[in-house]
Structures are given as structure tokens and as C-alpha cells.
Design a protein around this ligand. Structure first.
Ligand SMILES: [Zn+2]
Length: 280
């Protein structure tokens, strides 16, 4: 069911979903209300997303915390059965920068092994929960054999190799050399969460879908016109995008992108299968 995507694709759109479910709420000790907000993901959001993707014959990438895999195995199995990529996203949605080195490594190894067992093959991808990395995280990811990260913002639609050994000082930063891990860059502007979800007490701005649609379509059209061969990566969360007014916007975005000549949708991992990504 993977959308046809050859090396000549003018623009690839990677729809990615962080299937956090209740992992971050549990790890932060939140109560039943916020846990229920997370539960909307596997209960309502994911079925709607899978139906939408199937109707448009799109294969996508899902970053799945180990806690979601262990708590909602049927949801993750349905994602895998739909032909979608499973990738790593911590265990209980930890802030990896806040862990000591041993705990961080344990989380990375445990989630890598769990996603590999669920997918039937070692995962290729990693995205940091909260997009929060310690200086060690991506080196651990590379050691585990992961091929790409999707947590950094140094580019928008061009994949690039993650540097190793940067040394930062307020007088001058010394930039290291590119390593083996490839970055699939992200942006908060292309993330549903900061647009749509309020803070923990229900306060804060909640954008109308029309605002998000305007931003995402402008990014899409700019990349399509000016960055041939690029990869536009959209980050979404089932508990956020799965609400009716928002998933209707996602469908309009998909239809607009599909109407542009040479746009394809694909799982991130397919870039290596096609040989169109930097080879680690
Ligand atoms: Zn997340």
C-alpha cells in the first residue's frame, strides 16, 4: 500500500505520528483527566488516522514509546498491519536530557529492542521525546545501529548527517565532523502539538485548523517550488490531530499535496531503500 515513490519524486511528504498515548502523563505523575487526554490517541485518534491513510494509500511513520507498545499493543499492531513504519521514541516518554548516562542508555536500549520485536526487524529511526536530547543521546542511537534521528532543526527539507564532537563555548563554538546518523529535520511550526494543545490545565492558545493549514500549505508549496528532491516532515500526535476539526484539516492538506505534480507520501525509512538519502 506504500505510495509510489521513486528517486525522481519532486517532493516527499513524510507524515509522522508520535504515538505518545498516556506515556508522558504517567511518567510525570498526572491524574485521570490528563491520562484520558492521552488515551484519546489509541482509542480514537489512531483508528481515524489509519482509516485516512488507508483511503489515500499513504504509508507513514509512527514513533512509539515503549510504554505505548506495552500498554496498547493492539493499537501498535494495527499500525504495523497497515504497512506503517515503527520507530523509537523513548520508553515512558522520558526527557533524556534529564537522565543520568546509565539510565539514558537503558531507556534507549530497551525501547530499541521492544520496537524491533514489535516490527519484526530492527528499527531505523529515533525521535527524542519532547525533542530533548542530552549530548550523549545521538551517539547512543548511532551505536545501536539506528540510521536516522528526527529531533533537530538545522535544515528544513534536506536530510543531513548529525555532527559528532561539537564543543560549545560562549567565546566560540568548535563544530565537530558529520557522523553516520542522518537527520530528518523537524520544526515546531510543522508540529500539531504547540498549535493545538493547551497546557496541562487547559489554558493557552488553541489554533483554529485554518491557521495550521495555512502554515503547512505554505511550507509545502515553498518546498515544492524551491527545493526539488526535498523531504517535508510533518509531526503529529494522534490525541491532538485525531479530533474531528483537525483530522478534517489533515485530509485537506493531503489532498492539496497530492494535487501537486511529483509529490509523494512515504515512510521515512523508504529513503534508504530507494537510495535517495545520505547513506549512513
Ligand atoms: Zn512524544
Amino acid at each position: 500500500m506504500t505510495a509510489t515513490a521513486g528517486p525522481a519524486a519532486r517532493l516527499t511528504v513524510a507524515l509522522t505520528f508520535d504515538h505518545d498515548a498516556i506515556s508522558s502523563e504517567v511518567s510525570r505523575g498526572h491524574g485521570p483527566v490528563l491520562i484520558s487526554r492521552g488515551e484519546f490517541g489509541p482509542r480514537v485518534g489512531v483508528p481515524r488516522i489509519l482509516d485516512l491513510l488507508a483511503r489515500h494509500r499513504i504509508a507513514a511513520t509512527f514513533f512509539v514509546p515503549g510504554h505505548t507498545l506495552a500498554t496498547f499493543p493492539d493499537s501498535v499492531a494495527a499500525i504495523a498491519a497497515g504497512g506503517h513504519e515503527l520507530a523509537c521514541h523513548g520508553w515512558a516518554h522520558e526527557d533524556l536530557a534529564a537522565l543520568d548516562p546509565a539510565a539514558e542508555r537503558e531507556v534507549m536500549v530497551r525501547s530499541f529492542e521492544a520496537i524491533g520485536a514489535a516490527a519484526g526487524a530492527p528499527p531505523a529511526g529515533f525521535r527524542a521525546p519532547y525533542w530533548s536530547l542530552s549530548p550523549r543521546t545521538l551517539e547512543i542511537a548511532e551505536e545501536l545501529g539506528l540510521r536516522y534521528d528526527s529531533s533537530l532543526m538545522a535544515d528544513d527539507v534536506r536530510l543531513y548527517r548529525v555532527r559528532r564532537g561539537d564543543r560549545h563555548d560562549v567565546s566560540r563554538s568548535i563544530l565537530g565532523e558529520p557522523g553516520g546518523l542522518v537527520e530528518v529535520p523537524i520544526s515546531w511550526a510543522l508540529d500539531d502539538w504547540p498549535h493545538f494543545e493547551p497546557g496541562d490545565r487547559g489554558v493557552g492558545p488553541m489554533s483554529a485548523p485554518s491557521k495550521v493549514e495555512e502554515i503547512w500549505l505554505a511550507e509545502l508549496r515553498y518546498a515544492w517550488e524551491h527545493e526539488p528532491g526535498g523531504v517535508l516532515t510533518i509531526t503529529m500526535h494522534p490525541e491532538a490531530i485525531g479530533r474531528g476539526h483537525r483530522i478534517a484539516m489533515l485530509e485537506r492538506f493531503i489532498e492539496a499535496a497530492a494535487g501537486l505534480d511529483g509529490v509523494v507520501f512515504d515512510r521515512i525509512v523508504e529513503h534508504w531503500a530507494r537510495g535517495s538519502a545520505p547513506q549512513p
